[in-house]
Design a binder for this molecule. Structure first.
Ligand SMILES: Nc1ncnc2c1ncn2[C@@H]1O[C@H](COP(=O)(O)OP(=O)(O)OP(=O)(O)O)[C@@H](O)[C@H]1O
Length: 700
């Protein structure tokens, strides 16, 4: 190994300065490796975890010339499980400065020859992920001037991409650290050193997202790709451009492998997700680069799959906000205590490449329109009245931007509307019955896999509840699990169905209308499932036609259980049992708005107490008789999240519930699900706690 002493030449330093000047918003620093000792790998016995992590430490000593102050800075760089420690010492004063770039803040690294700024991953270009540099000479157009002129530079460079969290103002700052390895005259040898650092960074990053039981969570971790669905028409219609400029370079820095699908029309994403056979084999995450509307399509497409249960478990979902509302992206950023503004796309992409996931609640919604029954899945909100009116009716002013909401709010305040109807809800803290057991969480208890030692199923309690609930544990309440999908469990379920046959038939015949409603569900209109729900018809997927009617009903229900997450509240046309804690209120309402994420839009902090996985719907009720000034104050304070009354108020009330039903009396009004208008009429919803996993930077 030949020692080099010319590491602080004029030419090199000016390059570093140029970088710093050009990347005004980015913290760039190039550190040149010193002659001796350049790199040490600590050799320790790998008997304990601590020792293992020590073993994977790398240490190097680098120098930077500070021409302005005419002094050299010596920088000791240590790479370990926590991240990268930089200890700076100036040579002519004893000033020491230390910095830790946390492993969570490092998105990735790349190595190879020195490349021009425009050819570098995260700066302006989008180069392909996981670039494996050749050990031959680099391409001429990527060489620095000195190289291009024929002056050989045998150095290998390591580019470390990090985004440091700053509190004031709250944001992430793009940071690039360049390590130059040139202890040898042989480029291949220097490249090997850079490659080792690169590999170690990857290993540490991967370890940081591994759960205690050794499972690597999040996208990209299992060697699969991300599927990115991009709506080029979302928001201001610049989705494609924003992706190329802001998202692709970051994915490249993080070495994320992905397939990009550009949607061509409404329903494209839903259809793609629903029908793609190898979705789970090929991808471990789906990222929506669009607004909340496309996320809604992806969620519902997943729920229409035969393997929806596995899909919800194994595919993590992320969102990069290119739309106009972006309530989900803001809610996730809020959950992770991550900045959102001023660069929502950058911040959200960082969350998507962080490799961690958090369970999130989904709400199952039932609608009835012209005797047809619809089922869909929602993740944001359901609105009836004021906010839904403002949201939908102001569409005609879309061209004026976000101000349309303010203008329309004023209009609505002047001509205030009240809607007569009946509201039912199941409070989260009902003291009556163990109503939490009637939520989806209770199905955990029914899942044989959670208690294989006691296979005896619970008794049937009511005609509209096929399986009676067992009290669930605190842990069970925190996540959704439906009936298990392994073979053992299928057998147990079947055995149980047979043992309870008489009661089952009874229950089914009483309830049949609700199943037949499902036959005409929104799902069946667009999916292959129709055959399953058409009890009277011929199923192409089973030999049910040879069975008796009762057996066919039973068989249909067993299949139905396997296919969709079953509702625990009675069907939309059935009464809601007061003995299970259901409460109701009849009257005139200015608004009933249900939210299950903190933000309805990036600037609407609607349910500040909401958590991604709390199993709660926040029902905000505004009753008729509310004063206009109180209403104005409510609307004006929504942005800060201070709109909800701290004390009991006769007109405005917020209530955490597990399920609710709205029965509007008239036929004129607006109902929205996740900000999109749906048919006006009776609607009910219940929360499925933690049904899906969303990409977060914090994990569980
Ligand atoms: N290529 C396309 N052309 C037209 N519409 C599309 C296309 N791709 C998707 N869509 C539809 O556009 C609708 C709106 O998209 P999206 O929600 O992503 O953006 P947005 O409305 O601007 O954002 P937000 O919902 O946050 O207000 C979606 O419901 C989707 O069905």
């Amino acid at each position: 190994m030949t020692a080099k002493t010319d590491h602080q030449t004029k030419g090199q330093q000016s390059e570093t300065d140029t970088d710093a000047n050009m990347d005004a918003n980015m913290d760039v620093e190039r550190l040149d490796v010193q002659q001796q000792p350049i790199l040490q790998q600590l050799q320790t016995e790998s008997t304990t975890t601590a020792k293992q992590s020590e073993q994977s430490q790398l240490i190097g000593i680098f120098f930077v010339e500070n021409r302005r102050r005419k002094q050299d800075i010596k920088i000791v760089v240590k790479l370990c499980a926590d991240g990268i420690y930089l200890r700076r010492e100036t040579t002519n004063s004893n000033h020491i400065n230390e910095q830790l770039i946390r492993i969570e803040d490092i998105v990735g690294s790349s190595y190879g020859q020195r490349v021009k700024k425009r050819a570098r991953g995260g700066l302006n270009s989008c180069k392909s992920a996981s670039r494996e540099p050749s050990e031959n000479e680099p391409q001429n157009d990527q060489l620095e001037p000195e190289q291009a002129k024929g002056q050989a530079d045998n150095s290998a460079y390591l580019y470390i991409y990090a985004y440091l969290k700053k509190e004031k103002p709250f944001r992430r700052v793009q940071t690039l650290r360049i390590l130059r390895f040139r202890t040898s005259d042989d480029y291949a040898e220097n490249l090997n050193t850079a490659r080792l650092w690169h590999r170690r960074i990857r290993e540490h990053k991967q370890r940081s997202v591994t759960t205690p039981d050794g499972v690597i969570v999040g996208q990209g971790a299992g060697g699969k790709k991300l599927l990115i669905l991009l709506n080029p028409k979302s928001g201001s219609g610049k989705g494609r451009e924003l992706f190329q400029k802001q998202v692709a370079p970051l994915l490249s820095e993080a070495e994320t492998q992905y397939d990009l699908q550009i949607t061509t029309h409404p329903q494209y994403a839903q259809e793609f997700v629903r029908t793609r056979k190898d979705l789970l084999e090929r991808y471990d995450g789906i990222v929506v680069a669009s607004g909340d509307g496309l996320f809604y399509e992806v969620l519902n497409g997943l729920m229409e799959r035969m393997d929806w249960r596995r899909a919800c478990r194994e595919l993590s979902l992320g969102i990069i906000p290119c739309g106009s509302g972006n309530g989900l992206a803001k809610s996730i950023a809020h959950h992770c205590n991550e900045p959102y503004e001023p660069k929502p796309i950058l911040h959200a992409t960082l969350i998507c490449v962080a490799g961690r996931t958090t369970p999130m609640d989904v709400v199952r919604v039932e609608l009835n329109h012209r005797d047809k029954h619809f089922v869909m899945y929602s993740f944001l909100s359901i609105g009836w009245g004021l906010i839904a009116d403002i949201d939908i009716e102001s569409e005609r002013l879309r061209s004026i931007g976000a101000q349309r909401f303010t203008l329309w709010a004023i209009r609505r305040l002047i001509t205030l509307r009240c809607y007569p109807g009946k509201l039912y809800y199941l409070p989260a803290k009902s003291s009556k019955t163990n109503h939490t057991d009637t939520t989806a969480a209770a199905r955990v208890a029914r899942a044989p896999q959670t208690d294989r030692s006691s296979p005896e199923p619970p008794p049937v309690e009511q005609s509209n509840h096929r399986l009676a609930p067992r009290r669930s544990t605190a842990h069970e309440k925190s996540e959704f699990r439906d009936l298990p999908d392994d073979d053992d469990n299928d057998v147990q379920l079947r055995d149980y169905c047979h043992s309870q046959f008489d009661e089952y038939v009874d229950a089914l015949s009483t309830d049949r209308c609700s199943y037949r409603q499902n036959a005409d569900s929104w799902h069946s209109a667009v999916s292959r499932r129709t055959a399953y729900f058409s009890l009277g018809g011929h199923s192409t997927r089973s030999n049910r036609s040879r069975l008796s009617v009762a057996q066919r009903i039973e068989s249909a229900n067993a299949e139905f259980n396997q296919l969709v997450p079953t509702a625990t509240m009675p069907g939309l046309l059935l009464p809601l049992p007061a003995e299970q804690g259901w409460l109701s209120e009849e009257g005139e309402f200015v608004m009933v708005h249900a939210a299950y994420t903190t933000h309805l839009a990036s600037d609407c902090f609607f349910a500040p107490d909401s958590r991604l996985n709390d199993g709660l719907i926040y029902l905000v009720i505004i009753r008729s008789g509310v004063g206009r000034s109180q209403l104005l104050n409510f609307l004006l304070s929504m942005q800060r999240g201070s709109h909800l009354p701290a004390e009991q108020d006769p007109y405005i009330q917020v209530m955490p519930v597990r399920a609710f039903r709205i029965e509007p009396s008239g036929s004129n009004g607006i109902l929205t699900i996740d900000g999109e208008r749906v048919d006006y009429g009776p609607i009910q919803a219940e929360v499925f706690p933690g049904l899906i996993n969303v990409m977060t930077s914090t994990g569980q």
